[in-house]
Structures are given as C-alpha cells and as structure tokens.
Design a protein around this ligand. Structure first.
Ligand SMILES: C[S@@+](CC[C@H](N)C(=O)[O-])C[C@H]1O[C@@H](n2cnc3c(N)ncnc32)[C@H](O)[C@@H]1O
Length: 357
C-alpha cells in the first residue's frame, strides 16, 4: 500500500509514472467535472437573465453601483439581483468591491448592447431552439432532430445574422487588409449564404469599384438588401435569392467567392458539393474563402469546435462537426492551390485558397 501523497489535490496520475488513457487511479476521481457540467446549463440562463434585465447596459450607463441602487431603475428585487450580480462576478463579467459592482472589460466589449464586439443578441440565438436540447437523447437515439432549423430558416437565421454581422464584418475586413483588397480595384465577389452580407460588404468597402453578387434564401435576402443600402453600396450589388445548391452561377467569373459560416450546417453530405460549385464560379487565380468554426482532427483538443459540432448535430438535419482534416480534404479535391488558414481576429478562422490556372 502506498501512502497518500503529500499534496492530495495532485492525483498520482499527474506524475510521469502514469501514461496513457484510459487509466484508473488508487483514489476515486473528484466529482467536480460532473458539477461543472450541471452548473454550465444553469450559468447560461443566469447570463440570459442578466442580458434580458439590462444589467450590463445599466451598469455601463450608470457606472459603479450597489445591487440595491441598481435594483431601482431595473425594477427588480434587490436580493435577487445581488445573487445574479455575484454570479456575473464568478464568470468574470463584473468586478465587485465593497458591494459595489462594475463592468469588466469583457462585459464592456461583448455583453453591452453597444459594445464594440457585442455578443448580447447572440447569447440567446446561438444555441438554437431549447426544444432540441431537451430532446437530445431522442435525437441521438433516432437520428432525427425535433425542430430542425432548416424547417424555419427565417425564424432562426434572421436573428442570428443580425447578431453576428458586426463580428463577421470585422473578420472579413481584417482578412481583406491581409489579402490587399485595397490595392485590387474592381474585384467581383460572390457571397453564398450571405446573411447580412458581411463578406461582400468588406470587399466592396475596400476594393475601389468592386461589385458583388449576394445570395441568400428568398425569405432572408431583404436583410442583406437593407444592410447594403444602409452602407450606401446598393448600386454595386446584384441579388440572387435562392438555394445555393441550385441557383444558377456563372462559371469562372468571380475574383472571390465567400462561404461564410455555411459549411458546418451543410455537413459532409452537402458541403463538398457546395465548395465545388463555389470553385467552379471562380476565375483562375481567384480566391475561395471558407470561414467556419472547426474542430481539431482528433475531436478532443478544441472543446469549442467539438461542442459547436454537437450544436450542429442537435439542431440541424445535415450539420455535423467539421474538422480541419475534412475541410483540407474537400479543398484539396478541387482545382485549388496555396490553401492557407488565416485567423483575422481571435477565434475566427478562414481558409483561403487560389483556383489553379
Ligand atoms: C450562419 S449564417 C452566415 C451568414 C454570413 N455568411 C456570415 O458569415 O455571417 C448562414 C446563412 O446561410 C443561409 N443559408 C442556409 N441555407 C441556405 C441555402 N440552402 N441557400 C442559401 N442560403 C442559405 C442562412 O439563411 C444564413 O443566413
């Protein structure tokens, strides 16, 4: 029998003597990971409540406040609000000192409605319909999703693309600076599944006299039209509403084709065909852009990518986890070269590839 180690919090498996998984230790593992997952569901709803009540915007407007002082303008119960604020402190969204609460930089940037990279609206739409999560076991048993977002594209994607536009415009604009669109006048861009068209808009705003063809489902194309018009770019854009798998596309006509966050909902059955259509529309030397949230090839190192894959499985008929290996295979099967992966802003990856001459 070996003695307990001097530092009980360091399990024996944290030594070089134990390698490989799975393994068993002399001591049972802690239950913390299970509690973490239980709490994770609750913490999401705490954040939703804080956003719904306007906690972050109120603190931005009024500055440092106690729970009692803030409860008044928010018209809520002070002791209940205090619990919510304390929870936000545990997430790193608020700081608290002497019962005064104030926003952290994270909250200012991502959780205030007017934050420079606000995710306030995204928090509610990103997981997809709650019903799908409640029925996840059934989905896995049967392979059938309770409320696939494909059946209510306008209901799901309308709020989603409103919420993600600012971030995706920043990703696309930073990418454009890296690729030198400002020095390439007259670029012709095709934006497939455009949402509010952040990818087309970034090209139009950087490349003098550039023109764009913007595709979106008919029920959502109005969002792209309104956004393009707001930015005074209407004269340089043509719209092609319809299903990107079947709309007619000119061949070898475009300098840039963008697939912005569409491949993971198409999954391995449909994404390669969509990529093939996009590449066919590129002129030789033109660039394909594929932005998405990818999982690592072993499906265990990048928790965000793996869990995003689960979100696709839970909410769509076709969507699946998308690994870098898959994407590189799909791109390599096309007449593409110089396949690169660029991270224009943190957390957002874009494959860029050139069509061969
Ligand atoms: C996650 S959003 C991405 C929007 C935008 N490209 C971006 O990067 O922010 C996916 C978009 O693809 C559109 N979409 C989904 N299926 C489509 C289809 N079959 N044909 C055309 N657009 C489609 C959705 O309506 C939605 O606006």
């Amino acid at each position: 029998m070996s003695a307990d180690p001097p530092y009980p919090q360091l399990k024996k498996t944290h030594t070089m003597a134990h390698t490989g998984r799975p393994w068993r230790d002399y001591k049972p593992p802690p239950s913390g990971p299970v509690w973490n997952v239980i709490q994770a569901g609750n913490t999401y709803w705490m954040l939703v409540a804080a956003i719904d009540l306007g906690v972050f915007d109120a603190l931005e407007e009024r500055g440092r406040q106690s729970a009692a002082a803030l409860a008044e303008p928010l018209k809520v119960s002070a002791i209940h609000l205090q619990h919510l604020l304390d929870s936000m402190v545990t997430f790193g969204f608020l700081d608290q000192l002497n019962d005064q609460y104030e926003l952290t930089e994270t909250a200012e940037r991502y959780l205030c409605t007017n934050g420079p990279a606000s995710m306030a609206a995204l928090v509610k739409v990103s997981p997809g319909p709650l019903e799908n999560w409640i029925h996840l076991a059934e989905t896995i048993r049967t392979g059938q999703v309770a409320a696939p977002i494909e059946d209510d594209a306008a209901g799901f994607y309308g709020p989603l693309v409103q919420a993600t536009f600012a971030t995706q415009l920043r990703v696309a604009s930073r990418l454009g600076l890296r690729l030198g669109w400002q020095r390439l006048p007259g670029l012709k861009v095709l934006d497939l599944g455009a949402g509010r068209a952040p990818w087309a808009i970034a090209v139009l705003e950087q490349s003098p006299d550039a023109t764009a063809v913007v595709n979106e489902l008919p029920e959502l194309i109005g969002l792209a039209e309104a956004t393009v018009a707001e930015r005074g770019l209407g004269a340089r854009v043509a719209y092609r509403p319809g299903d990107f798998h079947s709309i007619s596309l000119e061949s070898a006509a475009y300098d840039i084709v963008a697939l912005g966050h569409v491949c993971r909902t198409e999954g391995p059955d449909q994404a390669p065909g969509l990529i093939a259509r996009a590449v066919a529309a590129l002129r030789p030397g033109g660039k394909l852009l594929v932005a998405d949230y990818f999982a690592d090839n072993d499906r265990k190192l990048n928790a965000f990518g793996v869990q995003m894959g689960m979100t696709m499985l839970a909410n769509t008929r076709a969507g699946r986890m998308l690994t870098h290996k898959q994407m590189v295979e799909w791109l390599s099967a096309q007449p593409l070269e110089a396949i690169r992966l660029i991270e224009p802003i943190g957390f957002n990856l874009v494959y860029v590839a050139s069509k061969r001459y």
